[in-house]
Design a binder for this molecule. Structure first.
Ligand code: C5P
Length: 232
């Protein structure tokens, strides 16, 4: 798959989500569905959005013992999603088990990417809460390398880290990057942001864009602006 824009559909209900997707007519953007919507609506929301022709990144960030993650990934791959994820901190063994669980009877599987350190975790929380004393950048790259060794397809990271991840794990190892804002847009609660064009230059493979599209007056126009800057 080449570069693409993934819209973060952070809505609370199926009705809101489908009404939002109606804005795109025949265009079928790649969408990210997170915990809130999945827990509210269950697997049927995935089937419905798939049936409308969208690719889906199901952002459930699994983290449990390897056997449980393997079995859960098996359930998710049968929903025909395109990308799933988990926490790299669950260990290489957990990531390997997850990959095994994802393989469908026909041999295909969704892409599997890892969250390294959440952007809400800073150095202080790592030191005090998790007793991790290495610098956060080093931890992120170490977790990315673990994900690569376990056979995963990539990581979720800041566009500011995309180049370093590619340097450490190879150019084919995917970087999926949230924290994207238009040059003239609201930054909101995101701290370290890049424009879609900057993310392209930085080497992101996919950008995950939420509010710059979902809260735009004209979501289709905002989406097309992202595509023009990032993909074309
Ligand atoms: O609205 P906004 O563009 O900030 O949405 C970004 C999306 O990416 C949200 O769904 C958010 O939860 C997700 N995300 C993030 N930062 C991370 C991981 C995920 O913003 N480190």
């Amino acid at each position: 798959m080449g570069r693409d824009v993934i819209i973060a559909c952070d809505f609370a209900s199926k009705e809101e989500t489908l009404a939002f997707l109606d804005n795109f007519g025949d265009k079928k953007p790649f969408v990210k569905i997170g915990m809130e919507l999945f827990y509210a609506e269950g697997p049927s929301i995935i089937k419905e959005i798939k049936a409308r022709g969208h690719k889906i990144f199901l952002d459930l960030k699994l983290h449990d013992i390897p056997n449980t993650v393997k079995k859960s990934m098996n359930v998710l791959s049968n929903l025909d999603v395109d990308i799933c994820n988990l926490h790299a901190s669950g260990t290489k063994r957990m990531m390997e088990a997850a990959l095994e669980g994802l393989i469908r009877p026909d041999g295909t599987r969704p892409l599997l990417i890892a969250v390294t350190q959440l952007t809400s975790t800073d150095q202080e929380a790592m030191e005090n809460d998790l007793l991790i004393h290495e610098p956060i950048d080093k931890v992120v790259i170490h977790y990315a390398k673990n994900a690569k060794t376990a056979g995963l397809d990539g990581v979720v990271c800041s566009p500011l880290e995309a180049q370093k991840v590619h340097d450490a794990c190879g150019k084919d190892f995917l970087t999926v990057t949230p924290g994207v804002r238009f040059a003239d847009g609201d930054v909101g609660d995101q701290k370290r942001v890049m424009t879609p064009l900057q993310a392209k230059v930085a080497g992101s493979d996919y950008i995950v864009v939420g509010r710059p599209i979902t809260a735009a007056k004209d979501p289709l126009k905002a989406y097309e602006r992202c595509i023009n800057e990032f993909v074309d």
